[in-house]
Design a protein around this ligand. Structure first.
Ligand SMILES: O=C(O)CCC(=O)c1ccccc1C(=O)O
Ligand SMILES: [Mg+2]
Length: 327
Protein backbone atom coordinates (compact mmCIF):
# COMPACT_ATOMS: atom_id res chain seq x y z
CA UNK A 1 0.00 0.00 0.00
CA UNK A 2 1.01 3.60 -0.58
CA UNK A 3 1.31 6.00 2.36
CA UNK A 4 -0.62 9.33 2.42
CA UNK A 5 2.53 11.35 1.66
CA UNK A 6 3.34 9.29 -1.41
CA UNK A 7 -0.30 9.46 -2.59
CA UNK A 8 -0.31 13.25 -2.12
CA UNK A 9 2.85 13.60 -4.17
CA UNK A 10 1.44 11.49 -7.01
CA UNK A 11 -1.86 13.42 -6.97
CA UNK A 12 0.02 16.71 -7.18
CA UNK A 13 1.47 15.59 -10.53
CA UNK A 14 -1.98 15.43 -12.19
CA UNK A 15 -2.21 16.42 -15.85
CA UNK A 16 -5.70 16.51 -17.40
CA UNK A 17 -6.06 15.71 -21.10
CA UNK A 18 -9.06 15.70 -23.46
CA UNK A 19 -8.75 13.90 -26.81
CA UNK A 20 -11.56 13.95 -29.41
CA UNK A 21 -12.70 10.55 -30.69
CA UNK A 22 -13.01 9.74 -34.40
CA UNK A 23 -16.51 8.25 -33.92
CA UNK A 24 -18.96 8.53 -31.03
CA UNK A 25 -18.35 5.63 -28.63
CA UNK A 26 -20.44 4.81 -25.54
CA UNK A 27 -22.06 8.25 -25.98
CA UNK A 28 -18.64 9.89 -25.75
CA UNK A 29 -17.07 12.19 -28.36
CA UNK A 30 -14.08 13.43 -26.32
CA UNK A 31 -12.08 11.09 -24.07
CA UNK A 32 -10.92 12.81 -20.90
CA UNK A 33 -8.22 11.43 -18.60
CA UNK A 34 -6.01 12.41 -15.68
CA UNK A 35 -2.38 11.31 -15.96
CA UNK A 36 -0.43 10.84 -12.74
CA UNK A 37 3.32 10.58 -12.40
CA UNK A 38 5.21 8.72 -9.68
CA UNK A 39 8.57 7.10 -9.04
CA UNK A 40 7.75 4.05 -11.24
CA UNK A 41 6.20 5.92 -14.17
CA UNK A 42 2.78 7.16 -15.26
CA UNK A 43 -0.74 6.06 -14.38
CA UNK A 44 -4.12 6.94 -15.87
CA UNK A 45 -7.30 7.87 -13.96
CA UNK A 46 -10.22 8.08 -16.39
CA UNK A 47 -13.49 6.67 -15.03
CA UNK A 48 -16.41 7.72 -17.23
CA UNK A 49 -18.22 10.88 -16.14
CA UNK A 50 -21.42 9.04 -15.19
CA UNK A 51 -19.63 6.93 -12.53
CA UNK A 52 -20.17 7.78 -8.85
CA UNK A 53 -17.17 8.59 -6.68
CA UNK A 54 -17.13 5.17 -4.99
CA UNK A 55 -17.08 3.45 -8.42
CA UNK A 56 -13.94 5.46 -9.21
CA UNK A 57 -11.92 4.01 -6.30
CA UNK A 58 -10.40 1.03 -8.15
CA UNK A 59 -9.54 3.34 -11.07
CA UNK A 60 -7.55 5.56 -8.70
CA UNK A 61 -5.87 2.55 -7.04
CA UNK A 62 -4.91 1.40 -10.52
CA UNK A 63 -3.44 4.78 -11.53
CA UNK A 64 -1.46 5.10 -8.28
CA UNK A 65 -0.17 1.52 -8.57
CA UNK A 66 1.01 2.20 -12.13
CA UNK A 67 2.85 5.31 -10.97
CA UNK A 68 4.46 3.75 -7.91
CA UNK A 69 5.04 0.02 -8.45
CA UNK A 70 6.72 -2.26 -10.95
CA UNK A 71 4.62 -4.44 -13.20
CA UNK A 72 4.88 -8.23 -13.22
CA UNK A 73 7.47 -9.76 -15.56
CA UNK A 74 6.12 -10.26 -19.09
CA UNK A 75 6.09 -13.69 -20.71
CA UNK A 76 5.61 -12.28 -24.25
CA UNK A 77 6.65 -9.06 -25.95
CA UNK A 78 3.69 -8.61 -28.31
CA UNK A 79 -0.05 -8.94 -27.86
CA UNK A 80 -2.54 -9.66 -30.64
CA UNK A 81 -5.45 -7.22 -30.51
CA UNK A 82 -8.89 -6.80 -32.01
CA UNK A 83 -10.02 -3.69 -33.80
CA UNK A 84 -13.06 -2.16 -32.12
CA UNK A 85 -15.97 -1.16 -34.38
CA UNK A 86 -18.31 1.42 -32.82
CA UNK A 87 -21.98 1.79 -33.83
CA UNK A 88 -21.27 3.21 -37.31
CA UNK A 89 -22.70 2.70 -40.81
CA UNK A 90 -21.42 -0.36 -42.74
CA UNK A 91 -19.07 1.65 -45.01
CA UNK A 92 -17.38 3.21 -42.01
CA UNK A 93 -17.09 -0.21 -40.34
CA UNK A 94 -15.38 -1.56 -43.46
CA UNK A 95 -12.94 1.36 -43.54
CA UNK A 96 -12.05 0.95 -39.85
CA UNK A 97 -11.46 -2.80 -40.17
CA UNK A 98 -9.35 -2.41 -43.35
CA UNK A 99 -7.23 0.38 -41.85
CA UNK A 100 -6.60 -1.59 -38.64
CA UNK A 101 -4.70 -4.53 -40.12
CA UNK A 102 -6.30 -6.69 -37.39
CA UNK A 103 -7.59 -10.21 -38.04
CA UNK A 104 -10.15 -9.95 -35.24
CA UNK A 105 -12.90 -7.33 -34.98
CA UNK A 106 -15.13 -6.56 -32.04
CA UNK A 107 -18.39 -5.03 -33.22
CA UNK A 108 -20.56 -3.00 -30.86
CA UNK A 109 -24.24 -3.96 -31.14
CA UNK A 110 -27.54 -3.35 -29.30
CA UNK A 111 -26.96 0.39 -28.97
CA UNK A 112 -30.10 2.01 -27.50
CA UNK A 113 -30.33 4.43 -30.45
CA UNK A 114 -30.07 1.90 -33.29
CA UNK A 115 -32.07 -0.98 -34.77
CA UNK A 116 -31.23 -4.70 -34.77
CA UNK A 117 -31.20 -4.64 -38.60
CA UNK A 118 -28.36 -2.11 -38.56
CA UNK A 119 -26.35 -4.44 -36.29
CA UNK A 120 -26.80 -7.29 -38.79
CA UNK A 121 -25.67 -5.07 -41.67
CA UNK A 122 -22.63 -3.79 -39.74
CA UNK A 123 -21.57 -7.32 -38.81
CA UNK A 124 -22.01 -8.57 -42.40
CA UNK A 125 -19.92 -5.63 -43.68
CA UNK A 126 -17.19 -6.47 -41.17
CA UNK A 127 -17.13 -10.07 -42.45
CA UNK A 128 -16.72 -8.77 -46.02
CA UNK A 129 -13.83 -6.57 -44.87
CA UNK A 130 -12.09 -9.34 -42.88
CA UNK A 131 -12.59 -12.21 -45.29
CA UNK A 132 -13.38 -15.76 -44.22
CA UNK A 133 -10.28 -16.20 -42.04
CA UNK A 134 -10.99 -13.26 -39.72
CA UNK A 135 -12.73 -13.53 -36.36
CA UNK A 136 -15.75 -11.48 -35.30
CA UNK A 137 -17.01 -10.97 -31.76
CA UNK A 138 -19.91 -8.74 -30.76
CA UNK A 139 -20.46 -6.73 -27.55
CA UNK A 140 -24.04 -5.99 -26.44
CA UNK A 141 -23.08 -4.20 -23.20
CA UNK A 142 -25.82 -5.95 -21.20
CA UNK A 143 -28.64 -4.61 -23.37
CA UNK A 144 -30.71 -7.76 -24.00
CA UNK A 145 -33.09 -9.98 -22.11
CA UNK A 146 -32.40 -13.72 -22.37
CA UNK A 147 -35.18 -14.07 -24.97
CA UNK A 148 -33.82 -11.19 -27.05
CA UNK A 149 -30.34 -12.72 -26.92
CA UNK A 150 -31.77 -16.11 -27.95
CA UNK A 151 -33.27 -14.44 -31.03
CA UNK A 152 -30.55 -11.93 -31.94
CA UNK A 153 -27.31 -13.84 -31.27
CA UNK A 154 -28.11 -16.64 -33.77
CA UNK A 155 -29.10 -13.97 -36.34
CA UNK A 156 -25.81 -12.10 -35.76
CA UNK A 157 -23.94 -15.41 -35.89
CA UNK A 158 -25.42 -16.04 -39.37
CA UNK A 159 -24.80 -12.47 -40.57
CA UNK A 160 -21.19 -12.72 -39.37
CA UNK A 161 -20.63 -16.13 -40.96
CA UNK A 162 -19.75 -17.35 -37.46
CA UNK A 163 -19.16 -15.43 -34.22
CA UNK A 164 -16.13 -16.02 -32.02
CA UNK A 165 -18.20 -15.01 -28.94
CA UNK A 166 -20.84 -12.64 -27.66
CA UNK A 167 -19.71 -10.26 -24.91
CA UNK A 168 -22.11 -9.43 -22.07
CA UNK A 169 -25.39 -10.16 -23.88
CA UNK A 170 -27.46 -9.57 -20.71
CA UNK A 171 -27.05 -7.81 -17.39
CA UNK A 172 -27.10 -10.42 -14.61
CA UNK A 173 -24.96 -13.47 -13.96
CA UNK A 174 -28.11 -15.65 -13.96
CA UNK A 175 -29.06 -14.31 -17.40
CA UNK A 176 -25.56 -14.93 -18.77
CA UNK A 177 -25.73 -18.50 -17.47
CA UNK A 178 -29.13 -18.97 -19.16
CA UNK A 179 -27.83 -17.60 -22.49
CA UNK A 180 -24.82 -19.87 -22.24
CA UNK A 181 -27.07 -22.90 -21.73
CA UNK A 182 -29.38 -21.95 -24.60
CA UNK A 183 -26.89 -20.93 -27.32
CA UNK A 184 -23.89 -22.47 -29.03
CA UNK A 185 -22.02 -19.14 -29.39
CA UNK A 186 -19.55 -18.76 -26.48
CA UNK A 187 -20.36 -16.07 -23.88
CA UNK A 188 -17.82 -13.54 -22.53
CA UNK A 189 -18.43 -11.61 -19.31
CA UNK A 190 -17.33 -7.98 -19.03
CA UNK A 191 -19.63 -5.82 -16.85
CA UNK A 192 -20.38 -8.96 -14.77
CA UNK A 193 -16.70 -8.93 -13.77
CA UNK A 194 -15.76 -5.25 -13.57
CA UNK A 195 -19.01 -3.90 -12.07
CA UNK A 196 -19.91 -6.72 -9.64
CA UNK A 197 -18.95 -6.57 -5.99
CA UNK A 198 -17.30 -9.97 -6.47
CA UNK A 199 -15.44 -10.17 -9.80
CA UNK A 200 -15.14 -13.97 -9.43
CA UNK A 201 -18.87 -14.67 -9.01
CA UNK A 202 -19.42 -15.10 -12.75
CA UNK A 203 -16.70 -17.75 -13.00
CA UNK A 204 -17.98 -19.58 -9.94
CA UNK A 205 -21.49 -19.64 -11.40
CA UNK A 206 -20.23 -21.12 -14.68
CA UNK A 207 -21.92 -18.19 -16.43
CA UNK A 208 -19.22 -17.43 -19.02
CA UNK A 209 -16.74 -19.13 -21.32
CA UNK A 210 -14.37 -16.15 -21.41
CA UNK A 211 -13.40 -13.41 -18.93
CA UNK A 212 -12.96 -9.84 -20.19
CA UNK A 213 -10.55 -8.22 -17.74
CA UNK A 214 -9.93 -4.47 -17.55
CA UNK A 215 -7.09 -3.09 -15.50
CA UNK A 216 -8.51 0.19 -14.19
CA UNK A 217 -11.93 -0.91 -12.85
CA UNK A 218 -10.28 -3.95 -11.22
CA UNK A 219 -7.72 -1.88 -9.28
CA UNK A 220 -4.53 -2.23 -11.32
CA UNK A 221 -2.35 -4.67 -13.22
CA UNK A 222 -1.44 -6.88 -10.25
CA UNK A 223 -5.00 -7.00 -8.88
CA UNK A 224 -6.39 -7.80 -12.34
CA UNK A 225 -3.77 -10.52 -12.86
CA UNK A 226 -4.85 -12.18 -9.60
CA UNK A 227 -8.52 -11.99 -10.65
CA UNK A 228 -7.76 -13.46 -14.08
CA UNK A 229 -5.82 -16.32 -12.51
CA UNK A 230 -8.47 -17.02 -9.88
CA UNK A 231 -11.28 -16.94 -12.48
CA UNK A 232 -9.54 -19.75 -14.33
CA UNK A 233 -11.18 -18.74 -17.64
CA UNK A 234 -9.48 -17.74 -20.90
CA UNK A 235 -8.88 -14.00 -20.52
CA UNK A 236 -9.33 -11.12 -22.94
CA UNK A 237 -7.61 -7.99 -21.63
CA UNK A 238 -9.51 -4.93 -22.78
CA UNK A 239 -9.21 -1.16 -22.52
CA UNK A 240 -11.70 1.44 -21.34
CA UNK A 241 -10.71 3.58 -24.35
CA UNK A 242 -7.50 4.53 -22.57
CA UNK A 243 -4.76 6.89 -23.67
CA UNK A 244 -1.35 5.35 -24.37
CA UNK A 245 -0.67 5.44 -20.61
CA UNK A 246 -3.68 3.29 -19.73
CA UNK A 247 -3.10 1.01 -22.72
CA UNK A 248 0.44 0.35 -21.48
CA UNK A 249 -1.04 -1.01 -18.23
CA UNK A 250 -3.41 -3.26 -20.20
CA UNK A 251 -0.50 -4.46 -22.30
CA UNK A 252 1.51 -5.16 -19.13
CA UNK A 253 -1.32 -7.37 -17.88
CA UNK A 254 -1.74 -9.10 -21.25
CA UNK A 255 2.03 -9.53 -21.40
CA UNK A 256 2.12 -11.26 -18.02
CA UNK A 257 -0.79 -13.71 -18.41
CA UNK A 258 0.47 -17.29 -18.75
CA UNK A 259 -2.04 -18.09 -21.53
CA UNK A 260 -3.54 -15.63 -23.99
CA UNK A 261 -5.65 -17.59 -26.46
CA UNK A 262 -7.75 -14.65 -27.78
CA UNK A 263 -6.92 -11.27 -29.27
CA UNK A 264 -7.18 -8.49 -26.65
CA UNK A 265 -9.37 -5.37 -26.77
CA UNK A 266 -6.38 -3.05 -26.63
CA UNK A 267 -6.56 -1.65 -30.16
CA UNK A 268 -8.64 1.30 -29.00
CA UNK A 269 -5.87 3.87 -29.56
CA UNK A 270 -7.17 3.98 -33.13
CA UNK A 271 -10.53 5.32 -31.86
CA UNK A 272 -8.82 8.55 -30.73
CA UNK A 273 -7.75 11.40 -33.01
CA UNK A 274 -4.40 11.62 -31.22
CA UNK A 275 -2.57 10.44 -28.13
CA UNK A 276 -0.23 11.52 -25.34
CA UNK A 277 2.66 9.35 -26.45
CA UNK A 278 4.25 8.78 -29.82
CA UNK A 279 4.92 5.15 -28.80
CA UNK A 280 2.84 2.81 -30.92
CA UNK A 281 -0.82 2.58 -29.94
CA UNK A 282 -1.93 1.60 -33.45
CA UNK A 283 -1.68 -2.14 -34.06
CA UNK A 284 1.06 -3.25 -36.45
CA UNK A 285 -0.12 -6.32 -38.39
CA UNK A 286 -2.73 -6.86 -35.67
CA UNK A 287 -0.50 -6.69 -32.61
CA UNK A 288 0.96 -4.22 -30.11
CA UNK A 289 4.27 -4.27 -28.24
CA UNK A 290 4.30 -4.57 -24.42
CA UNK A 291 5.72 -1.13 -23.52
CA UNK A 292 6.25 1.13 -20.54
CA UNK A 293 5.26 4.55 -21.88
CA UNK A 294 5.90 8.10 -20.78
CA UNK A 295 3.74 10.78 -22.36
CA UNK A 296 5.63 13.22 -24.59
CA UNK A 297 5.67 16.71 -23.04
CA UNK A 298 4.60 18.23 -26.40
CA UNK A 299 1.68 15.86 -26.78
CA UNK A 300 0.60 16.38 -23.18
CA UNK A 301 0.48 20.07 -23.98
CA UNK A 302 -1.34 19.53 -27.27
CA UNK A 303 -4.16 17.55 -25.60
CA UNK A 304 -4.34 19.59 -22.38
CA UNK A 305 -7.95 20.01 -21.26
CA UNK A 306 -9.49 23.48 -20.97
CA UNK A 307 -9.91 25.07 -17.51
CA UNK A 308 -13.49 23.92 -16.96
CA UNK A 309 -12.72 20.28 -17.75
CA UNK A 310 -9.48 20.41 -15.78
CA UNK A 311 -11.25 21.79 -12.69
CA UNK A 312 -13.95 19.11 -12.93
CA UNK A 313 -11.39 16.31 -12.99
CA UNK A 314 -9.19 17.76 -10.24
CA UNK A 315 -12.29 18.09 -8.02
CA UNK A 316 -13.23 14.49 -8.74
CA UNK A 317 -9.66 13.35 -8.11
CA UNK A 318 -9.67 15.15 -4.75
CA UNK A 319 -13.00 13.57 -3.70
CA UNK A 320 -11.98 10.04 -4.75
CA UNK A 321 -8.56 10.41 -3.10
CA UNK A 322 -10.32 11.44 0.14
CA UNK A 323 -12.40 8.26 -0.06
CA UNK A 324 -9.25 6.23 -0.71
CA UNK A 325 -7.39 7.67 2.27
CA UNK A 326 -10.30 7.44 4.74
CA UNK A 327 -11.86 4.16 3.51
O1 LIG B 1 -12.83 -4.39 -26.00
C1 LIG B 1 -12.61 -3.56 -26.91
O2 LIG B 1 -12.40 -3.90 -28.08
C2 LIG B 1 -12.59 -2.09 -26.63
C3 LIG B 1 -13.07 -1.64 -25.31
C4 LIG B 1 -14.55 -1.54 -25.15
O3 LIG B 1 -15.31 -2.09 -25.93
C5 LIG B 1 -15.07 -0.72 -24.07
C6 LIG B 1 -14.51 0.53 -23.89
C7 LIG B 1 -15.00 1.39 -22.93
C8 LIG B 1 -16.05 1.00 -22.13
C9 LIG B 1 -16.60 -0.26 -22.29
C10 LIG B 1 -16.12 -1.14 -23.26
C11 LIG B 1 -16.69 -2.52 -23.31
O4 LIG B 1 -16.01 -3.49 -23.61
O5 LIG B 1 -17.85 -2.72 -22.97
MG1 LIG C 1 -17.67 -4.94 -23.12
Amino acid sequence: MNGPAEVAEVLASAVVVAIPMKDRFRGITVREAVLLRGPAGWGEFAPFRDYGDADCLPWLRSAIAAATTQWPDPVRDRVEVNTTVPVVIPDRAVALVRASGCRTAKVKVADPGSAAGADLERVAAVRDALGPGGRIRVDANAAWTVDEAALLVPALDRAAGGLEYVEQPCRTIEELAAVRRRLDVPVAADESIRRERDPLAVARAGAADIAVVKVAPLGGVTAALRIAEAAGLPTVVSSAVDTAVGLAAGLALAGALPDLPYACGLGTGSLLTGDVSSSAVHPDAGSLAVPRVAPDPDLREQWAADDEVRTWWLDRLRRVAALLLTG
